[in-house]
Write a protein that binds this ligand. Structure first.
Ligand code: PLP
Length: 394
């Protein structure tokens, strides 16, 4: 029974997990579940990954926290690693996706001030999700999440996703735009993939106008889509990327990573964090990158993602009510023609963890370590539930 002393902010499903191994979790009654959600794209290495466990335990026995008042060599190593893999130049570490985006928003505003724009505005997208702090909630394109928290933070111009003319029009009527903040693959918004040409257009527009192109990779980064970062499926380089979720494999950690015109914007005292980039989180980050590389998990994410999507295409072929099966790598959406939030609870009964987002899209984000048999098992457990669900009158 949940404690009344926990603030009532979550509509939780009635299950609690005690332990895990790889893509599997066991609840307190020892029932086994296939985890096709990875704690919403966090546990990329699955559960109890031996390399990660060892790295965290060893570091905990040395020192967990010092302070950003002092040098943190592990933070230097992680920043070097991220910048080398992303083709970026410098990183700021924090503790969550919202904080990473908050950092990017602050960076864009300082960039604006440095270029004579006093009331900076950032272009953001419909259906975007950037976090729940006041500024990131204001950047988020979800009215339900914003409701009740007004007044929202000003300085955001919202346009439809994947819509070139809308960005041009916003640019024509606003002289104070300093940046675009965008997910190249929207997660909470329903697994919506940006067109390559659209991302290329945004890059070009930012170059022409002196704006920063800021890509939110909080959900899509760290190997999830089969590349280290989702923007790497295209041929552009952003000015800023934000990371969290899979970065620490469950140890809370976020990062705002900058390059080019976005580099060197902050000076000492502009921004900071008590916990950000501490030794324990950085060790988790380094162990995450090491395991993804050593175990070939980028390639695995691409192959397993394709296997799962084609498995569902076969299993659900001709089933009325299935609108679309889409995604990249292990960021997968199955859109139905009706709200299907109930499916998450039904899947729990069937020993499977899934999520529904944007009301009608079943979202699958399994650990990157998933193998072919486990990928088949996701389809085998979920496809019948979808068919049963759709067989009932809408
Ligand atoms: N950005 C994206 C793309 C996300 O998917 C999320 C969380 O779902 C966030 C930002 C916010 O991250 P956090 O919940 O760690 O603050």
């Amino acid at each position: 029974m949940a404690s009344p002393h926990v603030m009532n902010t979550y509509a939780r499903l009635p299950v609690a997990f005690e332990r895990g191994a790889g893509v599997w979790l066991w609840d307190v009654s020892d029932k086994k579940y296939l985890d096709a959600l990875a704690g919403i794209a966090v546990s990329g290495l699955g559960h109890a990954h031996p390399g990660l466990v060892r790295a965290i335990a060893d570091q905990a026995a040395k020192v967990i926290h010092t302070s950003n008042l002092y040098e943190v060599p592990l933070q230097d190593r992680l920043a070097d690693r991220i910048c080398a893999l992303a083709g970026m130049e410098e990183a700021f570490f924090c503790n969550s996706g919202a904080e990473a985006n908050e950092t990017a928003i602050k960076l864009a505003r300082v960039h604006g001030h440095q270029h004579g724009v006093q009331t900076a505005a950032i272009i953001v997208m419909e259906q975007a999700w950037h976090g729940r702090t006041l500024a990131t909630l204001s950047a988020t394109g979800n009215r339900k999440a914003q409701a009740g928290f007004e007044p929202l933070v000003p300085g955001f111009i919202r346009v439809p996703y994947n819509d070139v003319p809308a960005v041009r029009q916003a640019a024509d009527v606003n002289r104070n735009i300093v940046a675009v903040l965008v997910e190249v693959l929207q997660g909470e918004g329903g697994i919506n993939v940006a067109d390559r040409d659209y991302v290329r257009f945004l890059r070009q527009m930012c170059d022409e106008r002196g704006w920063l192109l800021m890509i939110d990779e909080v959900q899509s980064g760290i190997g999830r889509t089969g590349k280290w970062f989702a923007f790497q499926h295209g041929d552009i380089l952003p000015d800023v990327i934000t990371l969290a979720k899979g970065l620490g494999s469950g140890v809370p950690m976020g990062a705002c990573v900058a390059a080019g015109r976005a580099k060197g914007v902050f000076k000492p005292g502009n921004h900071g964090s008590t916990f950000g980039g501490g030794p324990l989180a950085c060790v988790a980050g380094l162990a995450t990158f090491a395991a993804i590389e050593a175990e070939g998990l980028l390639d695995n994410a691409e192959r397993m993602g394709e296997q799962i999507r084609s498995g569902f295409r076969d299993a659900l072929a001709g089933v009325a009510g299935v609108v679309d099966i889409r995604g990249m790598g292990l960021m997968i959406g199955l859109e139905l023609d009706r709200p299907c939030g109930d499916l998450a609870a039904r899947a729990i009964d069937a020993g499977l963890l899934i999520n529904v987002t944007a009301e009608k899209t079943i979202r699958l984000l399994p650990p990157l370590v998933i193998n072919a048999a486990e990928a088949r098992e996701i389809v085998a457990r979920l496809a019948p539930l979808i068919k049963q669900f759709l067989a009932k009158p809408a």
